[in-house]
Every structure is written in C-alpha cells, then in structure tokens.
Design a protein around this ligand. Sequence first.
Ligand code: SF4
Length: 221
Amino acid sequence: MPRETNAHKFERAIEIEQRMCQHYPAAECALRYWDDPFRLTIAVMLSAQTTDAGVNKVTPALWERYPTIADLAQADPSEVAQIISTIGCYRVKSNHAVSIAQMVMSDFGGQVPADMDKLQKLPGVGRKTANIVLNEGFGIVEGIAVDTHVNRIAHRLKLVPRDEDPSKTERALLKLYPREMWGPINHQWVLFGRQTCTARRPNCGECFLSDLCPSCSCDGA
Ligand code: SF4
C-alpha cells in the first residue's frame, strides 16, 4: 500500500471527525459530578481502569459522607477505601482522593485550579485527567484527552505514528486537527470505542468509518 500523503491524511482525519459529529452530536461526559470541578476531578481520577458506571455507583455515597473538599481532606483514607471498594485499585485511589482534597485546600485556596500544569500536580492526576477537567469543568480546551479508546481508535485509523504512548498520540492528533475540533473528540471517540470499534472485536461491518479506515476487516471478515 503506498504511503499516505500528509494532505490526504489531513482530509481523511477531518472527514472522520465530521462523521463523528454527525453520529454523536451530543456526546457528553458519562461521569456524574454535580457541576462541581472538584467532584469531576475525583470522578475522573477514580475512573482509571474502571468503568464510568462503576464510578457513578460509588460517588453518591462518597459525597454524602464527605460533602465538602475540607471534609474529604480530613478523611481517613481507609474509610474512603471502604466506600469505593467496588472499583479497581480502590486503595491507591482512596489515598489519592484524600491527598487531592488536602492539596486543593493547602495549595490552591480550596478551588480546583483551572490550569493544566497545576492540575497535574494533584496526586493521581495526569494530562488525560487534566484535559477532561479543563474541558468539562471549565470549558477550557487545551488538548485532547487520550484514554485507551482514543489511543486505540487513532491507531486503527492510522492517524498517528505507531508508538502507543498516549502523550505522543495526543501530540499527533493536535497537529492533525484544528483547535475547534479538539473539544468533543474524547467523548465521541469513547462512545465509538464502546459501541463499534471495541478493543476485542471491532464491528467493521457496521462501521460508519469503514471506507476511511486502513484497518477495516470488512472484506476479510
Ligand atoms: S473499520 Fe473497523 S477497525 Fe476501522 S474504525 Fe471501524 S470498527 Fe474500527
């Protein structure tokens, strides 16, 4: 197969995102966070290697027990762990949750910072989480949150280099897409990754991107 030109890849990428917008015009965050950037930060941190539905099951009890940031900052991590024990890595995450609350109180005046670098200083918060908190919680779009779905889909569509490091995937996507397209990509591609381009068995036969995808298995399936 001849090497794709940058111009063709760019056109293909734009067409892909336009179709995503048609199929998922109102894609939104599946995590419950009560319009509160702090609760959003904790929910996204908790969602690593766990389903959003699983997180949504534990957070109502968490916020009932610790309604404010100050309450959670004073919590015993082992009690937090009991509340969130049904999600993966709950012990580490309970420590992170309390530490995040403590740092928000001590370093950021009790407010989650609307700043990429400051957000990433919070325990358990990396660039993916910071991107989601900025975008969803503050309406600030500084990048594209690359989680396992976005990373997989970007590679199957051969929009990014082979390296699977999410930070490299993000950099490649940011170069490919104009800034006004960055905002919805995470939520749309997560839905697409759950419904169609799944990790184990992508449904290429029903995929609305099959004519744009070099990995499509339609013919061979
Ligand atoms: S054609 Fe198949 S591999 Fe390509 S994006 Fe669609 S589901 Fe994924």
